[in-house]
Design a protein around this ligand. Sequence first.
Ligand code: PGA
Length: 240
Amino acid sequence: MRRRIIAGNWKMNMTKAQAKEFMGEFLPLCANAKCETVLCVPFTDIHRVYKLALGSNVKVGAQNVAWADKGAFTGEISAEMLKEVGAEYVIIGHSERRAYFGETDETVNMRLKQALKCGLKPIFCVGETLEQREGGLTEQVLKAQIEKGLDGVAEDVIIAYEPVWAIGTGKTATPEMANETIGFIRSVATKLVGEVSILYGGSMNAANAQNLLDMSEIDGGLIGGASLKPSDFSVIVNCD
Ligand code: PGA
């Protein structure tokens, strides 16, 4: 089902004390938000943020999950471990994981299937680089990422379109450009998994969020930098 989802991606930011301070400011500001509000936080913050969010409309997510149930996978964390500390969602295949940590379409697919098997809600990220966009390869790249990432997946997933050139750069895709590309992603993904919520990510902030969210194909946002500031993130979750 298509629905408004606003997910923060804290990346490798926020100590436990900072997370507590954030929640103290953020929770009152988002009390009337109508969207599905999610904070994807570092592993070490999950339990604290989960506990602080109890009774509110804020849900908690992780930023990665192992593809196996358990075993010799040094540095990885399992779905069961994440669920135990309160995670309900998990970001999978973020471009930073793909670029810096060797994540491939195949490992993304394995992690996605594991998340679904274990009852975590995956936020599956796709996006082209600047070089690929300028080379006219955007649709080809996205189609391959979606088809390989969703191979063998028939369930509900959340997709995040994050053009790599827009992440953390302040260069947002124009609402029209994001809308057109998400429309393409929808046409590919719907054939595989049916109706799907698709978020835009990449320098979304308090000033540009409403214009992006007004677009017909954009169901929500995945927000990095602006999710670290309670006042900015609350503007986004309270958008119409
Ligand atoms: P940004 O990051 O909002 O800081 O551009 C988005 C993301 O990487 O999810």
